[in-house]
Write a protein that binds this ligand. Structure first.
Ligand code: ZN
Ligand code: ZN
Ligand code: ZN
Length: 375
């Protein structure tokens, strides 16, 4: 649980980073930056919500009047400037940010507002990514955040256990039905929102982000399930994300698939073991990729090994070749290698892991093997 003091401390650290990077004003809209900084998450709506953080003076939350009731006021940290339906919110932000020569904007700000601000901020300030300021701070989770991520992971694990036990009927149902079922169960286990529930059966499992569709699940095929949502640590607290992938087989697995899965499992375990504080993120990616390549499946592992997670479902640090930044204590990220044979089948295995001084701490602990289900 975050207190008012925690939020103030975060604002202080953000202002120190602004000074170090010579940013005059920070503009944060939808996404994880806002809840991390002030405990309020803007709905992803076209109406503008924007926290204006000048380096020196008081921060202001510019927000549609109809959203104001959802804000927990923290007057020591920011003041609230509600705007009426007929007002122009961009001009309010322009007034508050006036005179800045360097402005950093959140990654998930709607393009229309970025364009309008770029055109209307006086003196054509240099525009930069707020992620460069806030990201390095956000990616080191504190104890309360890790506890929240663990609760979210445990809730997702309980749904995965229901999948493994055969409690979730599969054969004869469409992927879309099973996806809806998994979503209901995520909510029943305490999530307040479902981010996604991918269900991909048979050949569909060879497409990493297959959308659950009308295909009916049959006997003797793989069913890949990748699901997650938002889990609240407390009332009026922004929620943290879960994200897990498990595969089950609706019958005795084909030996070729069992072999593929064994390689994947070994690769995933190798990457988790490599996720030690001080290790460059790209070396964790390499640990998984090496096992898969050595077994001859290298060309079928077509995405990065993982992404950071927290208030956002995808955030820094990315576990990918090219990210040489060493893992730091408190980094939380997915480890999710996959092997996808086009037109045939595929598999992915995903846990959320926290890098700690005591070594990698996997938050998902539910069975990792390929479970045969009679469901
Ligand atoms: Zn994904
Ligand atoms: Zn996932
Ligand atoms: Zn993921």
């Amino acid at each position: 649980v975050q207190t008012a003091t925690d939020y103030l401390a975060r604002l202080d650290r953000v202002r120190a980073a602004m000074t170090a990077q010579d940013v005059d004003v920070l503009l944060l809209s939808v996404g994880g930056d806002l809840p991390w900084l002030i405990g309020y998450e803007a709905m992803n709506l076209p109406r503008l919500t924007m926290l204006v953080v000048p380096r020196e003076s008081q921060a202001t939350l510019v927000i549609p009047n109809l959203e104001v009731p959802r804000v927990v006021p923290r007057s020591e940290a920011f003041c609230i400037r509600g705007w009426a339906e007929t007002e122009d919110p961009v001009s309010i932000v322009v007034d508050l940010a006036g005179g800045a020569s360097s402005v950093a904007i959140g990654d998930q700000t709607w393009g229309r507002y970025v364009v309008e601000l770029a055109n209307r901020l006086p003196g054509q300030p240099r525009l930069r990514r707020a992620t460069d300021v806030v990201g390095p701070l956000r990616q080191r989770k504190d104890a309360a955040e890790i506890a929240a991520l663990r609760s979210a992971a445990q809730a997702a694990d309980r749904v995965a256990a229901q999948l493994h036990s055969g409690e979730i009927p599969l054969v004869g149902r469409t992927e879309a039905d099973v996806s809806a079922d998994i979503s209901r169960r995520l909510l029943a286990e305490g999530h307040i929102h479902v981010n996604f529930a991918i269900v991909a059966a048979g050949t569909n499992a060879s497409s990493p982000h297959h959308g659950a569709g009308p295909r009916v699940i049959e006997r003797n095929e793989v069913v890949l399930c990748d699901f997650g949502g938002v889990f609240p640590p407390g009332e009026h607290e922004p929620g943290y994300c879960s994200d897990i992938t498990r595969c089950v087989f609706t019958g005795e697995p084909d030996p070729a698939f069992a072999e593929l899965y064994a390689v994947l499992w070994e690769a995933q375990a190798a990457a988790v073991a490599a996720a030690v504080v001080g290790t460059p993120a790209e070396d964790v990616d390499r640990a998984a990729r090496q096992v898969i390549a050595d077994a001859g499946y290298g060309e079928y592992f077509i995405h990065r090994t993982g992404h950071g997670i927290g208030l956002g479902e995808h955030e820094d640090p990315y576990i990918v070749q090219g990210n040489a930044a060493p893992l730091a204590a408190g980094n939380a990220f997915s480890i999710e290698p996959g092997i996808y044979i086009p037109g045939r089948w595929g598999a992915r295995l995903e846990d959320i892991v926290v890098a700690t001084e005591g070594g990698p701490d996997p938050l998902n602990t539910v069975e990792h093997g390929l479970v045969v289900v009679d469901a």
